[in-house]
Design a protein around this ligand. Structure first.
Ligand code: SAH
Length: 264
């Protein structure tokens, strides 16, 4: 199979959909909590409060934005996002915003992470089987995924970020999360077929290897360039492998770092 599923010529980018910042109330309560004890971890000092309460507030907002999968919400509550960002950014860790993680890359905003994970799970009652993530970055989404799947393979093309993710994830000791250094454009054939594949970087098209490595009944969620007419624009694309063939759904506009080939 050489051709990728057809991409619609025109996408409506006028309403930002669930990722529209305008619809997201900014969280201003980071310094307002009372009775909270400072966390022991030095990375947490910037929060100066019990981070679980701030996460609960973030999770409530995610639910208000329409995320309803209880496993996704529980995983967003469980994983401490502030441990994955630089100390100087810790106070913004629970705002619905993307943040720099070094080497020109960003950690996706919680609203987008939870939206994509909810799409990926597609209403499954239990955990997903094997999942492939392209773009480990700082490791945050991989950690959330590890709560939602039996096995997670996460691949990163930048050595510096691969190492950083390993450091960030050490405290969690997640035996079902496997970090790989390599070019995720070719997927990771050794772990295939995957029940689900998620990309955190957007290319011109969905690489054929990803589709090939998707199990029957599996689902792929990725940002993809919206194509000619909308330069620089991306949309979230869902591809399902069904017994009748591949089914593609194009969703809202998103903004991800570019998918690049090779390693660095
Ligand atoms: N999920 C990440 C988001 C990181 S941003 C997090 O939670 O932090 C996307 C990442 O994709 C970047 O680190 C970038 O280097 C990586 N990336 C881009 N193209 C890639 C490729 N072909 N293979 C693997 N990783 C890639």
């Amino acid at each position: 199979m050489k051709e990728r599923p057809p991409f619609p010529v025109r996408l409506d980018f006028s309403s930002g959909g669930p990722t529209d910042r305008r619809s997201v109330p900014r969280y201003a309560g980071l310094s307002q909590s009372s009775g909270a004890k400072p966390l022991a971890n030095p990375l947490s000092r910037g929060l100066g409060m019990d981070s679980s309460a701030v996460r609960a507030s973030m999770v409530r907002k995610l639910a208000q934005q329409g995320v309803s999968d209880p496993l996704v919400l529980a995983a967003m509550q469980a994983i401490e996002r502030h441990r994955f960002v630089d100390t100087a950014l810790v106070n913004q860790a629970y705002e619905d915003t993307s943040l720099p993680i070094g080497l020109g890359q960003t950690i996706s905003k919680p609203g987008v992470v939870s939206r994509m994970l909810e799409l990926l799970r597609n209403g499954a009652t239990g955990k997903l089987g094997r999942v492939l993530e392209i773009g480990t970055g700082c490791g945050y989404q991989a950690a959330v995924l590890s709560q939602l799947a039996r096995e997670v393979y996460s691949i990163e093309r930048l050595r510096g970020l691969h190492d950083k993710a390993r450091d960030n994830l050490r405290h969690l000791a997640l035996p079902n999360l496997h970090l790989l250094f390599g070019d995720g454009m070719v997927g990771y054939a050794k772990g295939a077929p995957y029940a689900a594949i998620i990309a955190a970087a957007g290319g011109e098209a969905v690489p054929q290897a990803w589709v090939d490595q998707l199990a029957m009944g599996g689902r792929l969620v990725a940002p993809v360039a919206a194509g000619a007419g909308s330069p620089g624009r991306q949309a979230l694309v869902v591809i399902d492998r069904t017994p009748q063939g591949l089914r593609q759904t194009v969703l809202e506009a998103v903004h991800f770092v570019p998918l690049k080939s090779g390693v660095a």
